[in-house]
Design a protein around this ligand. Structure first.
Ligand code: ZN
Ligand code: ZN
Length: 375
């Protein structure tokens, strides 16, 4: 079939992107779903900071690439041999497909699925190869097995989790990255217990999801850090007791908590911010790295602190989630009002406005912009 998709053609264009237009919407060939794959109509796709990191070259990926990794859609066709899922089922797309049989999947850590990591790095689907046709003679790559900024996509069965049909697509989409990643960092990786203190650095979709999950976990106090006042206000209304700008944030957190927080979550992807999170962590506490810094960045910490203060520094990819288990749990919390995901949704825009939307994201305007490929 032919379908419209937003394709990143170069990752070195200057800002503003509304003028340099690194992302172009093209009508591309899309091969039919193969065995174990699904054709999905994308109903809503969230624009995440990790998309910006691909566009600005901080997260180098092969181009041209059909961009986007956070979405909700509807199954319109099954690959040969069928599927356990029926046509018409609403699904959330997850940016790490799971094969189910590799060593990491077998150990219950599908976020680290080995064939998925290889396929995602190569811009291919889990079972190998690309389903996108060519653009100007070059093969178009898949983005993390999802390529959400498109009218239709072919994805692996392991890239989707079915969700009830009454969930609004723009809400469901955010569960695929912001919620799995941010809430997972708090609930799965840090395993925050009631009464423990939490600081969240960076209040985008992922960071605010971490704030919400810290509230669910019964954390006290919750401290939220971001340079943008509107985001701090949102964090406060979601349950953060203290909100801080970035200036001397670690020192303020140590004062507020009498020596640092039990859990400091870095949701920016900056080594400088990770250092600040480390400095804000208490003796015996855990610093959780969630954002993805440029591969060239290095982190130095005093080694003696690690031992002498029994500190933990841990990375959290996809929130350490098992999507088939965690997504229904998070949806259940959302249903009873304890994860007000809609509050993260700032605006909805058509696919053609993606470059302007990337500028807004880079400027820190709003939290989650949702692209509607069908409009
Ligand atoms: Zn994301
Ligand atoms: Zn696997």
């Amino acid at each position: 079939m032919r379908t419209r998709a937003a394709v990143l053609v170069a990752d070195d264009r200057p800002r503003p992107y509304a003028e340099s237009r690194p992302v172009e919407v093209h009508e591309l060939d899309l091969a039919p779903a193969g065995p174990g794959e699904l054709l999905i109509r994308v109903d809503a796709a969230g624009l995440c900071h990790s998309d910006l990191s691909v566009v600005d070259g901080n997260r180098p990926r092969p181009t041209p690439m059909a961009l986007g990794h956070e979405a909700a859609g509807t199954i319109v066709e099954l690959g040969p041999g069928g599927s356990d899922l029926a046509v018409g089922t609403q699904v959330v797309l997850v940016f790490v497909p799971r094969c189910g049989v590799c060593r990491e999947c077998a150990r219950g850590r599908p976020a680290l699925c080995q064939p998925a990591a290889a396929a995602n790095a190569a811009g291919e689907l889990l079972r190998g190869g690309r389903r996108w046709g060519e653009l100007d003679g070059q093969p178009v790559n898949h983005h993390l097995g999802v390529s959400a900024f498109a009218e239709h996509v072919v994805v692996d069965r392991g890239s989707v989790v079915p969700i009830p049909s009454d969930v609004e697509p723009a809400t469901g989409a955010l569960f695929g990255c912001a919620l799995l990643t941010g809430a997972g960092a708090v609930l799965n990786t840090a395993r925050v217990r009631p009464g423990e203190s939490v600081a969240v650095f960076g209040l985008g979709g992922v960071g605010l999801a971490a704030v919400m999950a810290a509230v669910v976990a019964g954390a006290e106090p919750i401290v939220a850090v971001d340079p943008v006042p509107e985001k701090r206000d949102l964090a406060r209304s979601l349950g953060a007791r203290h909100v801080l700008g970035v200036e001397a944030a670690s020192e303020h957190i140590r004062e507020l908590t009498g020596g640092g927080v039990d859990h400091a979550i870095e949701a920016v992807g900056s080594t400088a911010v990770l250092r600040a999170a480390w400095a804000a962590t208490a003796r015996g506490g855990t610093t959780v790295a969630v954002g993805l810094p440029h591969p060239s960045q290095r982190l130095e910490v005093p080694a003696v602190q690690l031992v002498g203060e029994a500190r933990t520094l841990v990375g959290s990819y996809l929130g350490g989630s098992i999507p088939d288990i965690d997504l229904p749990r998070l949806l259940a919390l959302w249903r009873i009002g304890r994860l007000p995901v809609e509050r993260l949704h700032s605006t909805s825009r058509p696919l053609g406005e993606i470059n302007g939307a990337l500028d807004q994201l880079a400027d820190g305007v709003g939290v989650r912009q949702v692209l509607l490929p069908q409009s």
